[in-house]
Design a protein around this ligand. Structure first.
Ligand SMILES: Cc1cc2nc3c(=O)[nH]c(=O)nc-3n(C[C@H](O)[C@H](O)[C@H](O)COP(=O)(O)OP(=O)(O)OC[C@H]3O[C@@H](n4cnc5c(N)ncnc54)[C@H](O)[C@@H]3O)c2cc1C
Length: 375
């Protein structure tokens, strides 16, 4: 055994870094591993939802303050939706939020962790996780072996903890496919407004344009896979076609410059009531499929689940109990806080986003739109 820790957190995305920050004063020996070297790209819409800032304020007002004043970001106050027939509806956000490239946002959080006692290991992939006496053995790609009393799986959509300790088939949990790229100088962009466009060609799904700092925009689209399974949709070609020829979109991109090639990824949106704990492990964020099926956002839920997992971890060490039964408290909390609403949201997404006519009708009813967003 090369090293031993009380808690090993796998993954330094928003879930893992928040979990590490929440364990800062717990008096535990904590390690955070990530397979990438930061700053690293993460395929995302880059819209950081309001609850993420609320949580940082709650944990440490100075963290909240520094995250809010982060320079390379674009403050967002509105979301504007466009129905298939072009009718628009704007929703104002009361909670502070902004758009920031994940490359920057995630590095910012990791820098905060690096200032604590947590041991941070970048560029080190955890290849296997397995049970040993009184712990979990994590084997790294370097061959190094790490022992943990408790493992917190914050390792994203293809989580090794989810596959190897919980034995879940992660493919079942990623029914939303999305692709994003970056453009500069998109015409008609409002700096404080995220745009969602529902076109019949990509339903059930939507095309988005989210403004970033310095005239950039995150541009992409995503759709629910099960309902498109009979159609073969070439995502890259579809994105190019929307940008080059859709009558409402193409004129806005005439003078825009492409800044990155389009990259796609599956979103593990919440569709099933999986158990998120077992003996000596907890799952957070995308590893726990905590993405809102209608909004498609998961950064806020990743951070909150990381925070709540840290609280549960502290209780495990206080009681010296790492059993599945004891950890179930976290599982129930997450189901109550998110999963129930997500199940309703998934049903609503399947119902509404499959029919352009229904979407057109919904856009005539502002109250209904707000209700769908609030589920
Ligand atoms: C196209 C797209 C658009 C999206 N848009 C938005 C949006 O605008 N707003 C929003 O809130 N959410 C959005 N999401 C969802 C959001 O990206 C995720 O919900 C969020 O990143 C989850 O955070 P996480 O910390 O759980 O996982 P991640 O951010 O995926 O972090 C996991 C980390 O674990 C590391 N890792 C993985 N495996 C290992 C291993 N074996 N060993 C060591 N390290 C490992 C990875 O390198 C990574 O750094 C979008 C997702 C996609 C795909």
């Amino acid at each position: 055994m090369n090293q031993e820790f009380d808690v090993v957190i796998i993954g330094a995305g928003p879930a893992g870094t928040t979990c590490a920050l929440a364990l800062k004063d717990a008096g535990l020996k904590v390690a955070l591993f990530d397979k990438e070297l930061f700053p690293r790209d993460k395929i995302c819409g880059d819209a950081i939802p309001g609850p993420a800032f609320k949580l940082m304020d709650k944990m440490d007002t100075s963290w909240g303050k520094s995250l809010r004043s982060y320079a390379d970001s674009s403050s967002v106050k509105y979301s504007k939706g466009f129905s298939p027939n072009g009718k628009s509806f704007t929703v104002g956000w009361e909670t502070f939020s902004y758009n920031s490239k994940r490359e920057d946002f995630d590095s910012f959080l990791l820098k905060l962790v690096a200032e604590t006692e947590t041991s941070v290991y970048q560029n080190q992939r955890v290849d296997t996780v397995s049970y040993i006496d009184n712990g979990v053995l994590c084997t790294l790609d370097s061959g190094e072996r790490i022992k943990a009393k408790l493992v917190i799986g914050c390792d994203g959509a293809r989580s090794i903890v989810s596959r190897q300790l919980a034995n879940y088939d992660i493919k079942e949990e990623a029914p939303f496919l999305a692709m994003r790229t970056y453009y500069n100088n998109v015409q008609g962009l409002e700096a404080d407004t995220n745009e969602f466009h529902f076109f019949k060609e990509i339903m059930p799904g939507y095309f988005w344009i989210f403004p970033l700092a310095n005239g950039w925009a995150n541009v992409g689209f995503g759709f629910l896979r099960p309902y498109n399974s009979k159609r073969s949709l070439n995502m890259r070609k579809t994105l190019e076609e929307i940008i080059s020829s859709h009558p409402r979109i193409a004129p806005r991109f005439i003078n825009a410059s492409l800044e990155d090639k389009a990259k796609g990824f599956a979103l593990p949106i919440s569709t099933k009531n999986r158990k998120l704990v077992g003996e000596r492990y907890l799952l957070c964020g995308d590893a726990a499929s905590l993405i809102n099926p209608i909004g498609g956002h998961g950064i806020d839920t990743a951070m909150w689940s990381g925070y709540l997992a840290a609280q549960q971890a502290v209780k495990c060490f206080e009681k010296d109990d790492f059993s599945s039964d004891f950890l179930n408290e976290y599982n129930e909390l997450i189901h109550k806080k998110y999963k129930k609403g997500f199940n309703r949201s998934y049903k609503a997404a399947k119902l509404t986003m499959t029919s352009p006519r229904l979407m057109n009708a919904i856009f005539n009813n502002g109250k209904l739109i707000k209700k769908l967003i609030d589920i």
